[in-house]
Design a protein around this ligand. Structure first.
Ligand SMILES: [Zn+2]
Length: 428
């Protein structure tokens, strides 16, 4: 492969992905706008027109903003690569730091500088999304002060977790020879498992408060459900999700059959106990059918392929020059290779994302079926409707957009499937 060929491939993939993204986004917005004035037939009587219109307006606002972030993201990517941004940053840091901090220090500084610059560039978009869009539709609960505190905590946690794993991977890349990518992958997998174990007890409490579920009757109900499904609970907790956002959720954490159950307080405020039980039964379905494990295994397999590819690419001079970077002569190129790979790989992997989305939608149907068997399908349907309405999710997405992006089937399809399973499932 030559540098010119990779440059052309990269540019072609970038243009093609932008064209597809733009086309899908405008299709979605047109479709939602066209159906704004009438509640779809299947939801008449359950969703009021103002709620339907709010969902349409929210979807359109996010869609327009999405087009802007997409264009900006592409400009930043080009700036880092073909326009020489990463090359300039690398040259500057190498000259300033290599003599004093050595190869590892300079490379860690390069990674950190890249992350910080990227974060600063994205910050205005985060601010706009939180304080303009989410605010306008009544979802934001964050104050500017909380936003800043979260930001600082995030930077700190990112540094404490990110710098050691980055140093470990860089060390492996430099010290373990031709098969470094295999060792680096093993370290990456071990790191991910460690974060999974530490997340609920160490990381999540930095950002939110967790209190044991106090509602005794709901507690008994959830315990009974978990016993019925063959899970042990490591504790039921309520998280103060309402501090930041009105969006509702529930999740499980923990490895094996012992799970910590976390409810957002916003979920408990919106759903009645039977509906909460049905939502949890759906989540347990994901575990029962090993969706979570399979997804994780796929992620590990994909990262093995990624590391193997990087193992080959990082040794080719054309990999760097094709993407606008002159490789270092008297210093390690490992951090540069990592950054280039992380920048460019998503442009190509975008085209397989519909397969993952389809896989995920299949899992959602399976989990819904499980919930119907272990709890009430009618309650699950009622919960889905409430959550859809509260989150202002559109009921009239563009079918092609759904096929490409949606990790969850649209409400109409999920409710239709529930109705087939339990004919009394929905009031419609
Ligand atoms: Zn699900």
């Amino acid at each position: 492969m030559s540098a010119a060929l990779l440059t052309v491939l990269f540019a072609a993939a970038l243009i093609a992905s932008l064209a597809v993204k733009f086309w899908l986004a405008t299709r979605q917005m047109r479709h939602v706008a066209l159906h704004r004035d009438a509640v779809p037939q299947a939801f008449v009587g359950t969703i009021a027109l103002p709620a339907h219109q709010k969902a349409a307006d929210y979807t359109l606002a996010k869609g327009r903003f999405g087009l802007l972030t997409m264009a900006f993201g592409a400009a930043v990517l080009l700036g880092w690569t073909l326009l020489g941004g990463l090359d300039a940053l690398n040259a500057g840091l190498r000259e300033a730091l290599l003599p004093r901090w050595g190869g590892m220090g300079y490379q860690l500084a390069l990674l950190a500088a890249f992350v910080v610059i990227g974060g600063v560039l994205e910050l205005p978009f985060d601010v706009w999304s939180t304080f303009r869009i989410e605010q306008r539709f009544g979802f934001n609960r964050q104050t500017p002060k909380m936003f800043v505190v979260d930001l600082l905590k995030g930077v700190l946690v990112g540094a404490v977790i990110g710098l050691p794993i980055a140093a470990l991977i860089l060390w492996i890349m430099g010290a373990t020879g031709a098969l470094w990518w295999l060792w680096a992958w093993a370290a990456w997998v071990a790191f991910n498992l460690l974060v999974l174990v530490l997340y609920p007890t160490v990381i999540a409490p930095i950002f939110n408060k967790f209190e044991p579920l106090a509602d005794e009757s709901l507690k008994a109900r959830v315990q009974a459900l978990m016993t019925r499904c063959g899970f042990a609970s490591k504790g039921l907790f309520v998280m103060d999700g309402s501090r930041r956002s009105a969006h509702a959720n529930a999740y499980f954490t923990g490895l094996g059959a012992a799970k910590r159950v976390v409810f957002f307080d916003t979920l408990l405020a919106k759903l009645n106990p039977a509906e909460v039980e049905a939502v949890l039964a759906h989540e347990l379905g994901h575990f029962k059918y090993k969706h979570v494990t399979r997804r994780m295994l796929l992620m590990f397999a994909a990262s093995l392929a990624g590391f193997a590819l990087l193992g080959w690419l990082s040794g080719q001079a054309w990999f760097y020059t094709a993407l606008g970077v002159r490789p270092n002569l008297g210093a390690p190129n490992d951090a540069l290779a990592l950054l280039l790979f992380l920048l460019v790989a998503p442009v190509f992997s975008y085209f397989i994302s519909p397969l993952l989305a389809r896989w995920s939608r299949k899992h959602e149907f399976e989990a819904d079926a499980y919930a119907c068997a272990q709890a009430s399908g009618a309650d699950l349907a009622a919960a889905l409707l409430k959550l859809h309405e509260d989150n202002a999710s559109t009921l009239t997405p563009d079918p092609l957009y759904v096929r490409f992006y949606y990790s969850h089937p649209p409400a109409s399809e999920r409710l239709a499937a529930l109705r087939r399973r339990a004919p009394a499932a929905t009031p419609a």
